[in-house]
Design a protein around this ligand. Structure first.
Ligand SMILES: C[S@@+](CC[C@H](N)C(=O)[O-])C[C@H]1O[C@@H](n2cnc3c(N)ncnc32)[C@H](O)[C@@H]1O
Length: 235
C-alpha cells in the first residue's frame, strides 16, 4: 500500500516484530485491561459465527482463527490483508487448514467469488481504517456480494465514545490516533448501529467495555445486495 494512502499506517505497523508480541500485548493485556473486553469473549464471538467457508479480513497473527471452533473439519479459509507479513504469519499459523491468501484493502472492492462465503470476519479492523464510521463501513459493502445466502459478517472494533473509556484508555487511544495506527476518534456506537441497520435485515451489536462486537446476516432468500431497498435505521 502506498505511503500516501490514508490507510497506510493502520496496516504498516504490523511488522514481524510487532506480530511476535501482538497476542500477549494486544490480545491478552490491552484487550482485557485497557479496552476491557477479554480476548476469550471475542473468541466466543468467532465460535458463534464462523462458517465452513470463511473470509477473514485483517487476520493479524491468526489468533482467533487458530483457536476458534469451525463447524466443519476442513473449513475453506481465505485471508485478506494489504500487509504481506501479516498474510504469511497468519497463514503459517493455520497452515493445517491450507488457507488462501489475498493481498487487498478492505476499503477497495474485493475480487473474490460472489456468494461463496458463509462468514466474513473483521476483528479489530474498523478502528484501524481511516474516516468516520460512515466512510469506513464501505468495507461492509465490499463483502456483502461475497456472502452466500444466509451468510454473516461479524467482527469487533474499538469505539471512540469517551464515556466507554477509562482515563488510561483515552490517553492510549489518543496516542494511537496521532500515530495513525487507530482512526477511531469519531467512531460512535450510534453510527455503527446505523451502518449495520442500513445494510442487514438482521443484526446484533453488543458493547463490552469500549469494544463493539457485531454481526449482520443476509436473508436466506436475499437477492444481491444491490437490489435491496435502502433500509431504515430502526434496528
Ligand atoms: C488490530 S489488527 C487485528 C488482527 C486480528 N483480526 C485480531 O483481532 O487480533 C488489524 C489487522 O487489520 C489489518 N488491516 C489494517 N488496515 C487494513 C485495510 N485497509 N484492509 C485490510 N486489512 C487491514 C492489519 O494489517 C491487521 O492484520
Amino acid at each position: 500500500m502506498d505511503v500516501s494512502n490514508p490507510a497506510h499506517a493502520g496496516q504498516a505497523v504490523y511488522t514481524e516484530r510487532v506480530l511476535k508480541s501482538y497476542d500477549a500485548v494486544v490480545l491478552r493485556m490491552s484487550s482485557s485491561f485497557i479496552w476491557r473486553c477479554p480476548a476469550d469473549h471475542i473468541l466466543r464471538h468467532y465460535d458463534r459465527h464462523v462458517g465452513g467457508t470463511h473470509l477473514d479480513i485483517g487476520p493479524g497473527t491468526g489468533y482467533f482463527l487458530d483457536r476458534c471452533r469451525f463447524p466443519v473439519h476442513e473449513p475453506g479459509i481465505t485471508l485478506l490483508d494489504p500487509n504481506l507479513t501479516v498474510l504469511q504469519h497468519a497463514a503459517a499459523r493455520i497452515a493445517r487448514y491450507r488457507p488462501d491468501t489475498r493481498q487487498g484493502d478492505a476499503l477497495a472492492p474485493i475480487e473474490l467469488q460472489d456468494r461463496s462465503y458463509a462468514s466474513v470476519g473483521m476483528s479489530y479492523l474498523l478502528h484501524c481504517l481511516p474516516g468516520d464510521i460512515a466512510a469506513k463501513t464501505v468495507a461492509l459493502d465490499h463483502v456483502l456480494p461475497l456472502l452466500a445466502p444466509g451468510g454473516v459478517v461479524f467482527g469487533t472494533t474499538i469505539l471512540g465514545d469517551p464515556e466507554l473509556h477509562t482515563g488510561v484508555g483515552q490517553r492510549l487511544m489518543a496516542l494511537y490516533n496521532r500515530k495513525g495506527i487507530f482512526s477511531n476518534d469519531d467512531d460512535t456506537r450510534a453510527d455503527l448501529d446505523l451502518a449495520l441497520a442500513k445494510r442487514f435485515p438482521r443484526y446484533e451489536l453488543e458493547v463490552v467495555g469500549a469494544v463493539a462486537l457485531f454481526a449482520g446476516w443476509l436473508d436466506e432468500d436475499s437477492e444481491t445486495p444491490a437490489d435491496w431497498p435502502a433500509r431504515s435505521a430502526t434496528g
